[in-house]
Design a protein around this ligand. Structure first.
Ligand SMILES: [Zn+2]
Ligand SMILES: [Zn+2]
Length: 448
């Protein structure tokens, strides 16, 4: 018997946790944070008790067999290795709502992810950007590669999303095939990769699809005749090339540093513009890990004083950054038209020093992500007060409604389960046998 259990992340964006279970084995996906608003960053998680605190908050799930026995027992759960079925995780991509909880699992739990995700995951650990700790038992899988655990076979199928390494999965048991889209889009550098996912998953018995873009406005899915979105990663690249030649001062970009390919393409695309990217150490490390030939500068505001601000000596000693050329604030101020500075939101006060030479600040998918985040209003009033000229070029990472439906049309699943959306019921298709909208805790049998 194959059954699916839906733990969380159904009518919300984040914290998707589904278990596919046979008589002997359980395959879980993903393991990010849900109900993130239950976390108040003003209250500290207790060191060594993070998993316990997260479960108590409802940010992570109460599930037997996944946490360290000591933690699990204090939660009234069975620990890792204490259940009668063998369990493993598959993780679709390195966004916090899909992987933020990994550091809380028992370190022996097998966690499979794409090879690119595994590489990025490790670098996030190197640069101190992981929650709690780096999980020890991560097993990389190549795109289109398969593995079998117990009696469940999993194939890692690449999708295009705004983070390097993203994939969906094809999960097979003796009773049928399940596909999980993870998060995907058609306006990235590789729409053909998202289209190929649908082809490879055609005929799945059950399809689990994200539905982020149908979360708010009413959408009449069946009447959509084609894509309406005009902007893409390619148009953003062109816009930046134009800005690089027309702007007469420093350009600052606030991007999401896990979207590594965007920065790689900017580095290549701007070669003839006379400007070079100056990247913060974290971003520099992620780019160098995937594209070691890329030429860029590492930005350290005060190069002689490496311990100031967020740029610790430790980060600069990351293997990928040794030997890279460093530029400091003084250099940027002397010749601002020669640079594009990449700056994370957390380092925004550096703008106070740079504002006289900035001619354009571009908010392109970095934090704060939207006006639902209280930081958003605070940040924009800071930009207004400082007189910095800014533009918003964000693209997001999710397929527009037309493509959400088109993927279902192409896959033609017997059962469709939309989730990862505030309004999953809006995802409909004439080519899905039936649509199920599970509630938290529901179980369904694959061949019911
Ligand atoms: Zn997501
Ligand atoms: Zn995502």
């Amino acid at each position: 018997m194959t059954k699916l259990k839906f733990y969380s992340g159904l009518r919300e964006i984040g914290g998707t946790l589904v278990g596919v279970e046979t008589d002997s084995t359980i395959c879980y996906f993903d393991f990010g944070f849900s109900y993130a608003e239950r976390l108040d960053s003003k209250v500290n998680l207790r060191k060594g008790r993070e998993a316990f605190d997260y479960v108590k908050l409802g940010v992570l799930n109460s599930v037997d067999g996944i946490y360290e026995p000591e933690v699990a027992h204090s939660l009234g759960l069975k620990g890792y290795g204490e259940t009668d079925k063998e369990a493993f995780f598959i993780i679709s991509h390195m966004h916090i709502d899909h992987m933020g909880g990994l550091g809380c699992l028992d370190q022996r739990m097998p966690v499979y992810m794409s090879s690119d995700s595994a590489k990025l995951y490790h670098e996030l650990g190197v640069m101190g950007e992981l929650e709690v700790r780096e999980h020890e038992n991560v097993i990389p899988v190549d795109y289109d590669g398969s593995f079998t655990f117990g009696d469940i076979k999993v194939t890692c199928v690449q999708v295009d999303h705004d983070v390097i390494g993203a994939c969906g999965f094809l999960i097979e048991t003796s009773e049928g095939k399940i596909c999980y889209t993870g998060d995907y889009r058609y306006h990235g550098f590789h729409p053909e990769i998202s289209a190929a996912f649908a082809k490879k998953c055609k005929g799945a018995d059950l399809m689990i699809s994200e539905g982020v873009t149908i979360s708010f406005a009413d959408v009449d899915m069946l009447s959509l005749e084609g894509p309406v979105r005009e902007r893409s990663e390619w148009t953003l690249l062109e816009d930046m090339k134009n800005a690089a030649s027309s702007e007469e001062g420093l350009i600052v970009i606030n991007n999401y540093n896990r979207n590594v390919e965007r920065i790689h393409r900017l580095i290549e695309g701007l070669k003839e513009s006379g400007r070079v990217l100056a990247l913060e150490p974290e971003q520099a490390d992620y780019v160098a890990a995937f594209y070691p030939e890329d030429e860029f500068f590492v930005y350290i505001p005060e190069a002689d004083n490496k311990n100031t601000g967020c740029h610790s000596e430790k980060r600069l000693s990351a293997p990928n950054l040794i030997g890279r050329v460093i530029v400091d604030r003084k250099k940027l101020m002397e010749n601002p038209v020669r640079y594009i500075l990449q700056q994370d939101y957390k380092n925004s006060y550096e703008l106070f020093d740079l504002m006289d030479v900035i001619s354009l600040y571009v908010h392109m998918d970095g934090a704060p992500l939207g006006d639902y985040d209280p930081s958003f209003a605070i940040f924009y009033s800071m930009l207004d007060n400082s007189g910095i000229h800014y533009e918003r070029w964000g693209l997001g990472g999710h397929a527009e409604p037309y493509y959400l439906r088109k993927s279902v049309d192409m896959i033609e699943p017997k059962i469709l389960v939309p989730l990862h959306s505030f309004r999953p019921e809006q995802l409909v298709s004439e080519h899905a046998g039936k649509i199920i909208l599970p509630e938290v805790g529901d179980e369904i049998e694959l061949n019911e």
